[in-house]
Design a protein. Structure first.
Length: 204
């Protein structure tokens, strides 16, 4: 009975998480200002949902291990396997919780910087070698010297500022290499300007 309940809870968690994480438009096309930089942030709670989805399988492992231990024991090897699985689950959960707090993209006149839970990557606009748009995953992908890569999801609050800066500052020959990506950037920039003209949304 415990296993049935555990699998049911896990299944419900995955279904609800999938619905909550479906692609959505950015909450605003303009980002927060930090001095001369503009900060783009992901939808609030997105990484917290991923953390909850990561801890679900970890709890399921503990439930299954406890049930097996009561019936017949799981031995030293089994305990080691359970401990390893739980450690991985806790580490992944902690990573997503840290991402909820830290993850952002900073854009300024010199370049674009992505801040992840455990790393920071920055590319100067003049050093961008390629920029591409993935219409399925809905993110922009920039490459620079020494193999550096920066991902910029389309649903970040402030994506309009990124589009404006990318169109204005990336070298023309780099932009000309991918017309579809330029079209995506222009569409976002145009929508951001339309929102600017419309003004802030009025409360219902």
């Amino acid at each position: 009975m415990q296993l049935i309940i555990a699998f049911a809870v896990l299944g419900a968690l995955l279904v609800v998480g999938g619905l909550l994480l479906r692609p959505v438009p950015p909450s605003t096309f303009r980002g927060e200002r930090e001095g001369t930089a503009i900060v783009l942030r992901p939808p609030r709670g997105r990484y917290a949902i991923l953390a909850a989805m990561a801890i679900g399988p970890t709890l399921l492992v503990l439930v299954v291990a406890a049930a097996a231990a009561r019936r017949q024991g799981i031995g030293v090897a089994g305990l080691a396997l359970v401990a390893a699985a739980v450690a991985v689950g806790v580490a992944v959960t902690a990573y997503f919780l840290l991402a909820e707090r830290r993850m952002r993209v900073r854009v300024d006149g010199d370049g674009v910087e992505r801040v992840d839970p455990l790393s920071t990557r920055r590319i100067a606009w003049l050093h961008v070698e390629t920029i591409a748009y993935n219409g399925v995953s809905r993110w922009f992908f920039l490459t620079g010297p020494a193999g550096i890569r920066v991902w910029v999801p389309e649903n970040l609050a402030g994506i309009g500022d990124f589009a404006d800066e990318a169109l204005a500052r990336i070298r023309p020959e780099v932009l000309r290499a991918d017309a579809a990506t330029v079209d995506a950037l222009r569409q976002i920039a145009d929508e951001a300007r339309e929102r600017d003209r419309a003004g802030p949304a009025k409360p219902a």
